[in-house]
Write a protein that binds this ligand. Structure first.
Ligand SMILES: Cc1ncc(COP(=O)(O)O)c(C=O)c1O
Length: 377
C-alpha cells in the first residue's frame, strides 16, 4: 500500500499541483492537444495512452531476462540480434533490406518527417499528431482533411487535396483518436493512386486489433509500390510501450535513403532487451490473441454501458473508444482526473469528444462507475 501514493500526497507533487491550480503548459498536452498526465500506478485509473493492460508475453519476459547477462555487449556483438531487421522482415514476408528498426513508431514518424521534409503533407484531422507536428517543425506545409461524419478518413477528399506540391500523405489505419478502420480494398486503391504522386505513409499501430491484420495491412503493397511506407510499433498489442521499439517497412530504395540520412546505424538507438523481447513476442501468437479477446470483451462492455447513458460511441476497431460529449458543460478530462481517472477530451469543430483507452474489464467497470456520476453531476 505504501508504494501507492494516495491522491492527496500526489496532489502535493509539483506537477499535479500546477495542473490543479489550472496552470497550463505545452508539456501537459499530447500531440492531439489533449490532456496528458503523469505516471501510471499512482492509484490512478490510467486510461489515457492506449496501452495494453495485460502486459508483455511470458515468452518476451523470458527473453528479456535471458539477455540481461549480455547488457555489457553492443548489439553487434550479440549473435542473436545481428539479423534483427532481417528477422522482422522474414516474419512479415518482406525482403532483407525493407525494414528499418526504430525506437518506437513515434521515432519512426519523426524520422519520416525529417526525411520527407519538402512541400506539403496531406493528412486527416483529427489524427495522431506526431508526424504532422514534426512536419510543421520541419517547415512542411500540412493540409488537414476533416474526417467524414462517421469519423473515417475521407479518401476521395484526401486524393483531391494532393497536388504537385504534395510530398507525403499520412493515414493512420485504424485511426487514432477516432478508432475507425478503412475498408481494405478502398485503402489499397487509395494507396496505389495517391502513391503515383506522393509518398503514402500508413501508420498501422493498432492493426493487430483487427480480425485479419495480415490481409488488412498495406505491407503487401510495398514491393511493387516504392512510394508506400508502413509504420509499425510493438507498443500496442505487444504491450511494450516502455521498451520503445517499432519499425518502418518500405521499398529498399526508401529504407536505404533513410538510413543514409540518419548518419548512424539507427538500430543502435534500440536496446538489446527491446529487440530480444520483440522477436520473442512475435512468436507468441496465443498471447496476442488472448489480449485481443479480452480487449474486445471490455470494449463491448464499455460501448454498451455508454449506450445505456445515451452516449453513442464510434464503433471501435482498436483498444480505445471515441465518443461525443454532447452538451457536457465542463472540461471532461479534467473532471475525470478529479475522480482519479486519466482520459482524453478535446473540442473539435463538431463539438466535444472524449477518448478512453480500454483497460481490463475491472478497470472499465470502475470507469463506468465514474461516468455515471460524471454524467449526472
Ligand atoms: C497511431 C499511433 N502511432 C504511433 C504511436 C506511437 O507509439 P510508439 O512510439 O509507442 O510506438 C501511437 C501511440 O499512441 C499511436 O497512437
Amino acid at each position: 500500500m505504501s508504494a501507492i501514493i494516495n491522491r492527496r500526497d500526489w496532489l502535493k507533487t509539483g506537477s499535479l499541483a500546477a495542473l490543479a491550480l489550472g496552470f497550463s503548459s505545452s508539456s501537459m498536452g499530447n500531440e492531439e492537444g489533449l490532456l496528458r498526465n503523469f505516471g501510471a500506478n499512482l492509484g490512478l485509473l490510467n486510461l489515457g495512452s492506449n496501452e495494453n493492460p495485460y502486459g508483455i508475453s511470458p515468452k518476451a519476459k523470458e527473453a528479456l531476462l535471458s539477455i540481461l547477462g549480455e547488457s555489457h555487449r553492443y548489439q553487434f556483438n550479440v549473435p542473436l540480434l545481428m539479423n534483427f531487421e532481417k528477422e522482422i522482415g522474414d516474419y512479415y514476408k518482406v525482403g532483407n533490406k525493407q525494414v528499418l528498426a526504430t525506437a518506437g513508431s513515434g521515432d519512426a514518424l519523426g524520422k519520416l518527417a525529417r526525411h520527407f521534409n519538402k512541400g506539403a503533407l496531406v493528412t486527416a484531422t483529427p489524427t495522431f499528431a506526431t508526424l504532422p507536428n514534426a512536419a510543421k517543425k520541419m517547415g512542411t506545409k500540412v493540409i488537414e482533411v476533416p474526417l467524414t461524419a462517421d469519423k473515417k478518413h475521407d479518401l476521395p477528399a484526401m486524393l483531391q487535396a494532393i497536388d504537385s506540391n504534395t510530398q507525403t500523405v499520412y493515414i493512420c489505419n485504424p485511426a487514432n483518436p477516432s478508432s475507425t478502420v478503412l475498408p481494405t480494398q478502398q485503402l489499397k486503391d487509395f494507396c496505389k493512386e495517391a502513391s503515383k504522386k506522393a509518398v503514402v505513409i500508413i501508420d498501422e499501430a493498432y492493426i493487430d486489433f483487427l480480425d485479419n491484420p495480415g490481409q488488412q495491412s498495406m505491407i503487401g503493397l510495398i514491393d511493387e509500390h516504392p512510394n508506400i511506407v508502413v509504420v509499425r510499433t510493438f507498443s500496442k498489442i505487444h504491450a511494450m510501450a516502455g521498451l520503445r521499439i517499432g519499425f518502418v517497412v518500405g521499398h529498399p530504395s526508401v529504407t536505404a535513403a533513410m538510413r543514409e540520412g540518419i548518419f548512424v546505424n539507427s538500430q543502435m538507438a534500440i536496446s538489446n532487451p527491446a529487440m530480444m523481447a520483440a522477436l520473442a513476442s512475435l512468436k507468441d501468437e496465443a498471447h496476442r490473441e488472448n489480449c485481443k479477446q479480452k480487449n474486445a470483451a471490455a470494449r463491448d462492455y464499455t460501448i454498451q454501458s455508454l449506450k445505456a447513458l445515451n452516449i453513442e460511441a464510434v464503433p471501435s476497431y482498436t483498444n480505445f473508444i471515441f465518443f461525443p460529449l454532447g452538451k457536457y458543460p465542463g472540461d471532461f478530462a479534467s473532471d475525470m482526473l478529479k475522480k482519479n481517472a486519466i482520459v482524453r477530451s478535446n473540442i473539435y469543430p463538431d463539438g466535444k469528444w472524449a477518448r478512453v483507452s480500454i483497460g481490463t474489464m475491472d478497470e472499465m467497470q470502475q470507469f463506468m462507475g465514474l461516468m455515471k456520476s460524471a454524467w449526472k453531476s
